[in-house]
Write a protein that binds this ligand. Structure first.
Ligand code: PGA
Length: 261
């Protein structure tokens, strides 16, 4: 089965809604000029919650082909959870994707596998596509246990989902040591883990599910390294942090197919 590549920009807590508007406009113009085929490479932006409504209005009003994503959602349905944002609220805003289990949430907000599983399930319940983030810290990589660690995180997050639900979601392999450090994993490193994740899904669910699920790489993705990463058989796209807040860089990443081999 042909999996449509996805390039998703995780803006983190960097841009306000006005900066986000400018970025989306510039990105759209740049990709329009380049006649980008959104059906060949899907593009999503993940602004802060405070910018979602503004970016959604822009996407809808100007009929942009960009998809909207959120960076997190609540594990709860609704009610007295001060500061939280529910899957239903995001769905109502036209959000398509939502990151769950990003390493910064695991690290700074104590999200463990159980929380990540609950959030992934909530996203699916509300018709959002979760981008389930997994990846090893440096000491696990140094110990040579990165594959087992990452596969265990992914299977824990997917527990309880049906094969069709797993087939429709997105996994993102983001080695923690490569996030925001400029330390990019080699294309072979990315392929090793993305391939292992797909094999584990075939094993736990079935071959058709593993064939359908999209697996992204994330961690210091830049215009200069995206093409070689995307040449790996089990890498179906990228989750881009720092470089996604620059319209020129992000557009260049989206257009990786035009880069010289
Ligand atoms: P980075 O972040 O591209 O800045 O390394 C990736 C991410 O955290 O999703």
């Amino acid at each position: 089965m042909a999996r449509t590549p996805l390039i998703a920009g995780n803006w983190k807590m960097v841009l306000d809604h006005q900066q986000g508007t400018l970025l989306v406009q510039k990105l759209d113009w740049t990709l329009r000029d380049a006649r980008h085929d959104y059906s060949a490479v899907e593009v999503a932006v993940l602004p802060s919650h405070t910018s979602l409504r503004t970016v959604q209005t822009l996407i809808e009003g100007d009929k942009l082909s960009l998809k909207l994503g959120a960076q997190d959602l609540s594990a709860h349905t609704s009610g007295a959870y001060t500061g939280e944002v529910s899957g239903a609220q995001l769905a109502k805003l036209g959000v398509s994707y939502v990151a769950v289990g990003h390493s910064e949430r695991r690290q700074y907000h104590g999200e463990n596998d159980e929380v990540v599983r609950a959030k992934a399930a909530k996203a699916v319940e509300h018709g959002l596509v979760p981008i389930v983030c997994v990846g090893e810290p440096l000491e696990v990589r140094k110990a040579g246990e990165h594959v087992g660690h990452t596969v265990a995180q992914a299977l824990a997050a997917l527990e309880g989902l049906q094969p069709a639900q797993v087939a429709a979601l997105v996994l993102a392999y983001e080695p923690v040591w490569a996030i925001g450090t400029g330390e990019v994993a080699t294309p072979e490193d990315a392929q090793e883990v993305c391939g292992a994740l797909r094999a584990a899904i075939a094993d736990r669910f079935d071959a058709a599910t593993a064939d359908a699920v999209r697996i992204l790489y994330g961690g210091s993705v830049k215009p200069a390294n995206i093409a070689s990463i995307m040449r790996q058989g089990d890498v179906d796209g990228a989750l881009v942090g720092g470089a996604s807040t620059d319209a020129g860089d992000f557009a260049a990443i989206v257009r990786y197919r035009d880069h010289p081999a």
